[in-house]
Design a protein around this ligand. Structure first.
Ligand code: MG
Length: 376
């Protein structure tokens, strides 16, 4: 089964305020469209993003990514038809059509629609109406509407690809959504359970609501790391990727970068994936003298693979000498470069231990680190 999702993002959506189309407005640290696109990554084989020709920066941004880009039509149905056409060469069996303005869609909703398509040519999430319904004339209630059998329609709406292509080709236009197009072509549409959190951002206040929903979904992880290396002969130490001249060196199996090791262990810790020693055993001669960059990159890539973004890291070096302060900006820059973060996401600071203990006697350097990882 080859599956695809079409995310319709060509609308100008100015009703939600902000002066730019709602899909490009910020939401919980990203843009609405970023949240929506990510919901489908890993759930389907192909993702089509339908963009307005006017969204020039978006075309440039998404050009060489995993997304298939296509331009919007003169109305929503036209945009969907273009999205369907862009999948013509991908042998797609099932296609999901989703509004970009629904960034809170749950993975279970997506899966429920795909599952229902095993038995039906079309399926979509619907939320049974539970509130009493009135008719009204301005500020006055004029009647009560029977709510039995009424559903609020949501997306993604899913279809057998060939069936919905044919249905759109035959439809005269003016449909409220793709379910209406499918029904006009005689397709049975299964209703799968909708989700009250799968809101469509329409009005300005919907942004705060979406942020609350996404916030409660957020998986925040903290990890700590601690490392010590002993001084030995040498004329420099490597700390947080920076070579610092010193009258002694640090001993260790690798380059003995005690700061980078603590940060690496903090990331492994946040992921609950052991520590450096587990991934790079000191008994293995291939890591002798290795640049610690290899360890840190491994932890960063593991985080990425598990779906976590590093929000920030904080590293403290404990030593009397060398003095860290003058080198701290370069250390932050270098660590940020390796982790592909901004320098303001990386902190490197230092303290002495008041000449107490092994660091106070300058027998070695200790380092502590904390990492914060986010998954949404
Ligand atoms: Mg170490």
């Amino acid at each position: 089964m080859t599956t695809a999702a079409i995310i319709v993002a060509a609308g100008r959506g100015l009703r939600a305020g902000g002066g730019i189309p709602k899909q490009w407005r910020p939401l919980a640290g990203r843009r609405v469209a970023d949240w929506t696109i990510d919901r489908f990554r890993g759930q389907v084989n192909h993702i089509v993003l339908v963009l307005s020709e006017d969204d020039v920066p978006a075309w440039a941004e998404f050009e060489n990514t995993d997304l298939i880009l296509t331009r919007g039509g003169s109305d929503r149905a036209g945009s969907v038809r273009n999205g369907l056409a862009s999948l013509a060469d991908f042998a797609v069996d099932l296609v999901l059509i989703h509004d970009v303005a629904r960034p809170c869609v749950g993975l279970d909703t997506i899966q429920n629609v795909l599952d229902a398509l095993k038995a039906q040519p079309a399926a979509a999430p619907g939320l049974a109406v539970t509130d009493a319904l009135w008719t009204g004339d301005g500020a006055i209630v004029t009647g009560t509407q029977d709510r039995s059998g009424l559903f609020a329609a949501q997306t993604p709406q899913g279809f057998h690809y060939n069936a919905i292509v044919a249905a759109h080709a035959a439809h005269p236009g003016g449909a409220a959504d793709d379910v209406e197009v499918a029904r006009a072509a005689g397709l049975d549409v299964a209703i799968v359970p909708g989700d009250a959190d799968n809101i469509k951002i329409t009005r300005p206040e919907d942004f705060a609501r979406a942020e609350r929903i996404l916030g409660t979904d957020m998986d925040v992880r903290l990890g700590n790391g601690y490392d010590v290396h002993r001084f030995g002969d040498g004329d420099h130490v490597i700390l947080c990727g920076v070579k610092v001249p010193h009258d002694r060196g640090l001993q260790g199996h690798s380059d003995a970068d005690v700061g980078m090791h603590a940060v690496t262990d903090a990331i492994y810790g946040a992921l609950a994936q052991g520590d450096i020693g587990q991934h790079f055993p000191p008994s293995d001669p291939q890591w002798k003298g290795a640049a610690s960059t290899i360890f840190l990159r491994h932890a960063v890539e593991l985080a990425e693979k598990m779906g976590y973004a590093i929000s920030n890291v904080d590293c403290t070096l404990v030593c009397e000498y060398p003095k860290i302060g003058p080198h701290a900006p370069a250390m932050r820059e270098e660590m940020a470069r390796i982790m592909e973060l901004r320098a303001d996401q990386v902190s490197v600071k230092a303290t002495t231990s008041e000449r107490l203990g092994f660091t106070g006697r300058s027998e070695g350097i200790a380092s502590l680190a904390t990492a914060c990882l986010l998954k949404s």
